[in-house]
Design a protein around this ligand. Structure first.
Ligand SMILES: Nc1nc2c(ncn2[C@@H]2O[C@H](COP(=O)(O)OP(=O)(O)O)[C@@H](O)[C@H]2O)c(=O)[nH]1
Ligand SMILES: [Mg+2]
Length: 344
C-alpha cells in the first residue's frame, strides 16, 4: 500500500506540472478553463455507506474542472466500520483516490493537519465525508479562489440539521465573528477551499479546525465566504454532540490568547483589570458620597463589599498583566512572520 502511495505521488507531481502548463496556455477554444491542481482532503470517521457515493460524485466533478490534475486524500481517523476497505476499493478503481489511516481516533483537527501537510495541489479543498456537503459546489469555490481570495469558506445558508445543532451553532458563529473581527456566517462549515499557502501556514491542532478562517485572517490572508448547498445526513450518525460547543468556546479563548495576546498580555489583563477596578471605584465612591451626606450607614450596604472586591480583583489582574509582560520580554523567541512574496 505504501509503495503504491508513493508511486501515486510521483504520478501526481507530474500531473501537477501538466496542470500548470495547461493553466497558462488555455482558453483559446472558449471551453471551460481547467484549473490548476486540486487536492481534496476529506477527514472521516465511520462513513462506510457514504464513501462510495461521495467517490463517484467527486470523480465526476473533478474530471470536469481539473482533468488529469486532481487527487483526493481521505484521512480515516480510526474508523471502526468498513470505511477503510471502501477507501481501498476506491483507490483500486482510480489511483487518484488515496488515503491515510490513523491507528486510533485523533479528532478532526489532527486529520486536517495531516491532510494539509500531505496535500500537493495548488488548491486544497476540504469537505465532510457524510454527503452533507455537495461536490457540485467545487467549481464555484475554485472560481472564488481564482478571483484572488486565499480562503473561501462555505456557508450553509439553509442547513439541514436538527435544531439542537443549528441554534447553538448560530450563537457560536455570532460570538466567533465578533471576537475574531472577521464577518462570517458559518465558521465551522466542512466545505472550504484554500490556496496552498494557507494550509502551509495555518497550524491546526486540538479542536482548532473551527477557527481556521479566523487564524488565516489574522495571518493576513484574504478570506471570504460563499453560500453552499447542504443536505440532510442520509447514512450513519453525527459524531459531534452538543458538548462540542463548550469545548468550542474554550478553544476560542485559547485561540484569542495564543494569537492575539500572547505578545501583549497587558492588553488583555490590563484592560479587564482596569475595567474591574474602575467599576469598583465608582461603586464605592457612590457609597462614600451617600455616607458623607448621612444618607446611609455602610455596615448595611453589601454593595460596599462588591466595590472593594472589584478593586482588588482589578489590581490583581493588572499585576498579572505586568508579570506576563515581563515573561514575554525575557523570552522573546524568534518571531514567525508570514511572508507573502519577495523580489527578486
Ligand atoms: N477525522 C475525523 N473526522 C471526523 C471525526 N468526527 C467526525 N468526523 C467527520 O467530520 C465530518 C462531519 O462530521 P459530522 O458528524 O457529520 O458532524 P455534523 O455535520 O456537524 O453533524 C464527517 O465527514 C465525519 O466523518 C473525527 O473524530 N475525526
Ligand atoms: Mg455532517
Amino acid at each position: 500500500m505504501s509503495e503504491e502511495h508513493s508511486i501515486n505521488r510521483s504520478q501526481h507531481n507530474k500531473n501537477r506540472y501538466r496542470g500548470r502548463r495547461r493553466f497558462r496556455s488555455n482558453d483559446a477554444g472558449g471551453r471551460m478553463r481547467p484549473v490548476g491542481t486540486v487536492t481534496v482532503v476529506i477527514p472521516l470517521l465511520n462513513e462506510e455507506e457514504s464513501l462510495p457515493i461521495l467517490g463517484a460524485k467527486l470523480e465526476e466533478v473533478l474530471n470536469r474542472i481539473a482533468p488529469d490534475s486532481w487527487n483526493v486524500l481521505f484521512i480515516d481517523d480510526g474508523s471502526t466500520d468498513g470505511s477503510y476497505r471502501v477507501l481501498e476499493d476506491l483507490h483500486t478503481k482510480n489511483h487518484r483516490f488515496t488515503a491515510i489511516r490513523f491507528r486510533r481516533n485523533y479528532g478532526k483537527s489532527a486529520a486536517l493537519a495531516v491532510g494539509f501537510a500531505e496535500a500537493r495541489g495548488e488548491y486544497v479543498i476540504t469537505m465532510d465525508a457524510d454527503l452533507q456537503d455537495d461536490p457540485q459546489e467545487l467549481p464555484a469555490l475554485i472560481a472564488k479562489l481564482e478571483e484572488g481570495y486565499d480562503l473561501v469558506s462555505g456557508w450553509k445558508r439553509k442547513r439541514y440539521d436538527p435544531w439542537h445543532k443549528t441554534i447553538p451553532s448560530k450563537l457560536f458563529n455570532a460570538v466567533t465573528s465578533m471576537m475574531s473581527g472577521i464577518k462570517l456566517h458559518d465558521f465551522n462549515c466542512g466545505l472550504k477551499a484554500y490556496r496552498r499557502e494557507v494550509v502551509e501556514t495555518v497550524q491546526v491542532y486540538g479542536e482548532m479546525h473551527r477557527y481556521i478562517p479566523a487564524l488565516a485572517h489574522w495571518e493576513g490572508f484574504r478570506v471570504t465566504e460563499l453560500p453552499v448547498q447542504h443536505h440532510p445526513r442520509k447514512y450513519g450518525v453525527s459524531k459531534f454532540g452538543v458538548s462540542r460547543f463548550l469545548k468550542g468556546f474554550l478553544d476560542l479563548l485559547t485561540v484569542l490568547f495564543t494569537t492575539r495576546f500572547v505578545k501583549r498580555p497587558m492588553h488583555l489583563f490590563g484592560g479587564v483589570g482596569g475595567l474591574f477596578a474602575l467599576i469598583g471605584f465608582v461603586t464605592d465612591l457612590y457609597l462614600a458620597i451617600e455616607w458623607a451626606l448621612g444618607l446611609t450607614s455602610l455596615s448595611n450596604r453589601p454593595l460596599a463589599l462588591f466595590g472593594v472586591a472589584m478593586i482588588i480583583v482589578g489590581v490583581q489582574l493588572v499585576s498579572i498583566g505586568l508579570i506576563g509582560e515581563l515573561i514575554v520580554k525575557n523570552s522573546l523567541k524568534r518571531e514567525r512572520y508570514s511572508i507573502k512574496e519577495r523580489i527578486p
